[in-house]
Write a protein that binds this ligand. Structure first.
Ligand code: AQP
Length: 340
């Protein structure tokens, strides 16, 4: 691995009840690989970000708990990673207030989370400022830890670029190299950096409901897989079908450890010798095999919430210490130091 990669930072927003396989392949899997390679990995639950869409106390609390359990069950190692909740490390909010002064309103208007809302027909009056400001808070989340890079899916590229712009502006204004410019660490394969949804068109996304979950009940996952779009030009099982770009085969390539089975299904699909149901049933089974250990681990973890809480407390302390140091240095640079 590149020896410059000393520190990485990333977060997951508990905007939904459970994680999906897009989150897993685009972000969590690389997070887990990096935890064994870098000196410092800061991974957090972006619970403040969830407030842009979740306004129900019980729902938010439930989402946060689930995403914490999901992340740990998938293999996050609290001995190697500083794992914490964003809202419990106050420097995140404080730095967001400071950094808002180093980016223009015009540039914020070009951020896709805001622009997409407008394109979807939402009127400005109904878009909350949390959503508009979201990329500034995200820049604070990142820059606090002065990382080399941020492992994320493709949809987050623009936000990392904004964090770089803010860091560059700050460095230029104060004639310093205080902030290293964070690199977006995004997988080159588009099947991974932007896992397609079960609709076969858009990015797999909680809010679009086109997901395949990880920890949902087996029956729910089976239904999600059965609802998957395949080759739209294929009417009958005896019609030759297209494998490339077909979401069911994209998911087979990601999840199915039985490579012979995948090849056999692809060959027969191309010749019109297999029906969608068999392809999807084999995908359901592959999904269960792939996440079997994580599903078992999650059940055990859920019974030991005290352990989970102590992991988060430990992470909070470490993240607070590191981020406080950055904030103090920033205050010194900009003229807010307490020493005058
Ligand atoms: N489909 C995807 N393919 C690859 N990576 C993805 N990520 C999300 N969807 C895909 C990556 O997962 C990480 C955590 O994302 P998040 O939960 O914080 O928010 P998100 O990107 O907005 O995910 P969703 O499911 O699309 O949520 P909603 O619907 O609430 O907006 C990030 O690194 C993201 O890139």
């Amino acid at each position: 691995m590149d020896s410059r990669i000393k520190t990485v930072v990333s977060g997951i927003t508990p905007s939904g009840n459970m994680l999906h396989i897009g989150n897993y392949f685009g972000a969590i899997k690389p997070h887990l690989e990096l935890q064994n390679e870098v000196e410092y990995a800061y991974y957090f639950i972006a619970d403040l970000h969830a407030l842009t869409t979740v306004k129900d106390k019980a729902v938010l609390e439930n989402n946060i708990k689930n995403v914490i359990l999901d992340y740990l069950a998938l293999g996050l190692d609290p001995e190697k990673v500083v794992f914490f909740r964003q809202s419990q490390v106050e420097s995140h909010s404080e730095l967001a207030v400071i950094l808002a002064n180093y980016i223009s309103y015009g540039q914020m208007q070009r951020m896709h989370a805001f622009k997409d809302k407008l394109q979807d027909g939402e009127v400005v009056e109904n878009i909350n400022m949390g959503l508009f400001n979201y990329p500034i808070l995200m820049a604070a989340d990142i820059l606090l830890y002065k990382p080399y890079g941020v492992p994320v899916g493709e949809d987050q590229r623009q936000h990392i670029e904004l964090a770089r712009d803010i860091a560059e502006n700050f460095n230029r204004i104060y004639n310093t190299e205080f902030f290293p410019l964070p690199i977006p660490m995004i997988d080159k394969k588009k099947e991974i950096s932007k896992v397609v949804g079960t609709d076969g068109v858009r990015k797999m996304s909680k809010s679009l409901g086109n997901v395949i979950g990880i920890f949902d009940d087996e029956e729910v996952i089976r239904k999600q897989i059965m609802s998957c779009f395949t080759d739209p030009t294929r009417i009958k099982a005896t019609d030759p079908g297209k494998v490339e770009g077909n979401p069911v085969f994209i998911f087979h390539d990601l999840l199915n450890d039985n490579l012979e089975e995948v090849q056999d299904l692809k060959d027969r699909y191309t010749k019109g010798e297999v029906g969608d149901v068999e392809v999807k049933e084999k995908l359901s089974n592959a999904h269960l095999r792939f996440f079997k250990d994580a599903r078992a681990k999650r059940i055990i973890l859920e019974r030991d919430m005290e352990l989970v809480m102590s992991i988060l407390m430990n992470g909070k302390e470490k993240a607070t210490n590191k981020s406080k140091e950055t904030i103090d240095n920033i205050k010194e640079i900009i003229g807010l130091s307490t020493s005058i």
